[in-house]
Write a protein that binds this ligand. Structure first.
Ligand code: NAP
Length: 336
């Protein structure tokens, strides 16, 4: 066992995607568990775009910003190496809200810790279909969005982790599914390998025109991961009594403050729309109800998730950047 713990700190607030300058790698002795705590040897770091908001000093986000100099945080998968908590033993595989480091020191009571069963030999699956992104896709489509067979479903960031699962879940429920993603290659993959009925390359322009062409009777459910101009294009094409499930606002995360919009808010009244946001920690406790259904779809070949894997702790800034430059298909992780 190594005696050193390399860890990433937030050295400065990132400007745009300047993570190489904003993050700094530091070293300290391996942490020692205090009363009620565990130490985890991290094996997988989950890269989640929402983490970008914790790197700002905004106070109106869903979690306070990380103070400068503090360790960067996020969901980790690993193995317990020391425990002073009665619910955890050395050698347990766990998922926790930990640190971007070789080792995480956590208090399971406050770190959303779960002891992982043997259902999946590949640890990554616990931040894939059977992790927050899978549950988020499930809740957004099935509960917040109330998708029904025969409806037209549209999802943005459709080739990313959450979007690619949301689209497949809507398809499994009998919807007609249209994805919006960056680039012809991603769009082709969505229709050839992931069951999407059509895909729109937003980088080629005219998203509104393509939505009008592909959804002549309107969009019944729009699962939004990006906000901004794509949200406006979708609002302009909603069906009467349509629903908009707000999962994420990727276009806003690098902005220094609140951004104006949406420009087509008028459509909420004109089309009698329902818009609702949802946030995964609110439903972490319901994991046991989501996973069996997600597993049924996966076993039937209706739900697949590709991984974009970076190797080594030092690759973390580069891996995180992929979420904002579109360099990933599916779930981005760093394997240690
Ligand atoms: N509500 C919740 O509890 C919850 C939980 C998990 C995730 N989320 C949200 O789900 C969304 C997806 O997150 P993720 O972590 O799964 O990442 P991801 O979808 O795997 O990766 C992000 C993808 O979004 C696209 N993208 C990035 N910036 C964009 C922009 N400005 N405009 C349009 N597309 C953009 C990129 O693909 P392209 O090549 O297509 O541009 C990129 O590959 C985020 O908004 C995140 O906050 C919400």
């Amino acid at each position: 066992m190594t005696t050193h713990n390399r860890h990433w700190i937030l050295a400065q607030r990132p400007i745009g995607n300047g993570y190489a300058e904003a993050f700094a790698l530091r070293e300290e002795p391996v942490p020692v568990a205090g009363e009620g705590q565990i130490v985890i040897a991290n094996k997988v770091l989950s890269m989640d775009s929402g983490t970008r908001m914790y790197m700002t000093d905004r106070e109106d986000s869903y979690q306070p910003g990380t103070p400068l100099g503090d360790k960067l945080i996020g969901t980790v998968l690993g193995v317990v190496t020391e425990t002073r908590h009665p619910g955890y033993a050395v050698g347990d595989r766990v998922r926790c809200y930990g640190q971007w480091a070789d080792y995480s020191l956590v208090d399971p009571a406050t770190a959303y810790c779960t002891r992982l069963d043997d259902a999946h030999a590949d640890l990554k699956d616990f931040v894939g279909i059977y992790g927050a992104n899978g549950w988020t896709a499930y809740v957004g489509v099935v509960e917040t969005g109330a998708a029904k067979a025969g409806e037209t479903f549209v999802v943005s960031a459709a080739a990313g982790c959450t979007g690619i699962m949301a689209g497949q879940i809507a398809k499994a429920l009998g919807c007609r599914v249209i994805g919006i993603a960056g680039g012809a290659a991603k769009c082709a993959l969505l229709t050839s390998d992931y069951g999407f009925d059509a895909a729109i390359d937003y980088k080629a322009g005219d998203v509104a025109g393509e939505l009008a062409r592909l959804c002549p009777d309107g969009i019944d459910l729009y699962f939004d991961n990006v906000g901004g101009e794509i949200l406006d294009a979708a609002l302009g094409q909603m069906a009467l009594y349509g629903r908009v499930a707000i999962c994420g606002l990727l276009t806003n995360y690098t902005a220094p403050g609140p951004v104006p919009g949406p420009y087509r808010f008028d459509q909420v009244l004109m089309k009698r729309l329902r818009i609702e946001g949802f946030f995964s920690p609110d439903f972490y406790a319901r994991e046991a109800t989501f996973n069996p259904q997600l597993a049924r779809w996966a076993a039937a070949g209706q739900l697949k998730l590709p991984f974009e894997v970076s190797h080594g702790l030092e690759a973390t800034p580069e891996a995180f950047t992929k979420l904002f430059t579109g360099a990933n298909i599916g779930k981005v992780v760093v394997e240690l």
